[in-house]
Design a binder for this molecule. Sequence first.
Ligand SMILES: *Cc1c(COP(=O)(O)O)cnc(C)c1O
Length: 232
Amino acid sequence: MVKENYEEIEKRVCAACERAGRDRSEVTLIAVSKTKPLEALKEAYEAGAREFGENKVQELMDKIPELPEDIKWHMIGHLQRNKVKYLARYKNIEMIHSVDSYRLAEEINIHGKKSGRVFPILIEVNAAGEESKFGVAPEETLQLCEEISKLDAVSIKGLMTIAPFVADPQQNRPVFKRMKQLSVDIAAQNIDNVSMDILSMGMSNDFEVAIEEGATHVRVGTSIFGERNYNI
Ligand SMILES: *Cc1c(COP(=O)(O)O)cnc(C)c1O
């Protein structure tokens, strides 16, 4: 089933790109595999998936050694500072999407320096101001970018958001537009060591609208792997 689902999502990504007048290569489809067994990830890999997203460091550590080395892994979940040292061991962590404080960036910077690399990160924005969500407020994002830009073993590549859960994906269009505008505004500041090339937004429910509004990375879990069961 995963293979068919993946192919179906791939088609829908293509169609959304076409509607938006964008090239398919402008959008990266991240298969969000959290809670799913290795077999499911292998099936997605066979269907062509090469970028996977996980939200827990422990799960990344369990899965990375078991799967092909050409997979690019995205850390998309809330990251505790004491877990950064584990994450830093892996060469194929493509990007950390969930940086929302200077202290976390500082910790990533320490481990970047230790391992002689620069970590690509995104700033997580709580675009709709939901109380239950992590992320920095939109109006504080520029300042956080300026502060983090001074750390040389992290490199800000753009913004990430988790849009509200809505019945009709069109309801999130203004949220995505606001994120796009925020990234354009920050890019215009030309801050050293900050680029706004990446906009990680859109999930199973609303990735097509996100692509139409400028997402460069969509994170799709349920529509590829099926519902998650957190009780096992
Ligand atoms: C789980 C998760 C997703 C995928 O959500 P689906 O609705 O299952 O597609 C995307 N982004 C983040 C940060 C997640 O934690």
